[in-house]
Design a protein around this ligand. Structure first.
Ligand SMILES: [Cu+2]
Length: 163
């Protein structure tokens, strides 16, 4: 293989793989600890501190025992641990649909005031220009479609180079 062809092949593979580098991330809230009453009240803020959440990412709340997740709550309700509407069952997958602040609490007993609460800031997606409107296409369908197209592009490029 000539150096020029090798370089072109490397670029083709990079372009084909690039969308997978920018795909949505699913975060398991609390990682291995999961969604529970933490040992300190800043546990989930520490967990979130080193992460950048982007529209399209997914929060995965998983737990054992008795917990729940209330989302779409205000900062005031978050601060005061006001018990508002809940989502039940584990795991709860919440797709981040809009940028800005998002608040989540557990409404069981005193769990929220003991620190089972999460506040995050969601950044606008950087791939909006190439991503179909979320309301028009289901996210999983959009992802698999773009992957298929990328693989097709790669196959065509390999055929052109070596066929
Ligand atoms: Cu709880």
């Amino acid at each position: 293989m000539s150096p020029a062809r090798a370089w072109f092949l490397a670029m083709a593979i990079f372009v084909a793989c690039y969308p997978s580098l920018t795909e949505a991330t699913t975060y398991t809230v609390g990682d291995a600890f999961g969604w529970a009453v933490p040992s300190n009240t800043s546990y989930y803020q520490t967990w979130a501190a080193d992460k950048t959440f982007v529209v399209g990412d997914v929060l995965n709340f998983t737990w054992t025992g008795t917990h729940d997740v209330a989302d779409n709550i205000s900062k005031a309700d978050y601060d005061a641990c006001t018990k508002v509407g809940t989502v039940l069952g584990s795991p709860v997958l919440i797709k981040l649909e809009t940028n800005g602040s998002q608040y989540y609490i557990c409404t069981v007993g005193p769990h929220c005031s003991l620190g089972q609460k999460l506040a995050i800031t969601v950044m606008a997606s950087t791939t909006n220009s190439t991503t179909p409107s979320p309301s028009a296409v289901a996210p999983s369908a959009a992802t698999s479609t773009s992957k298929s197209i990328d693989l097709l592009n790669l196959a065509v490029l390999l055929f052109v180079l070596f066929g």
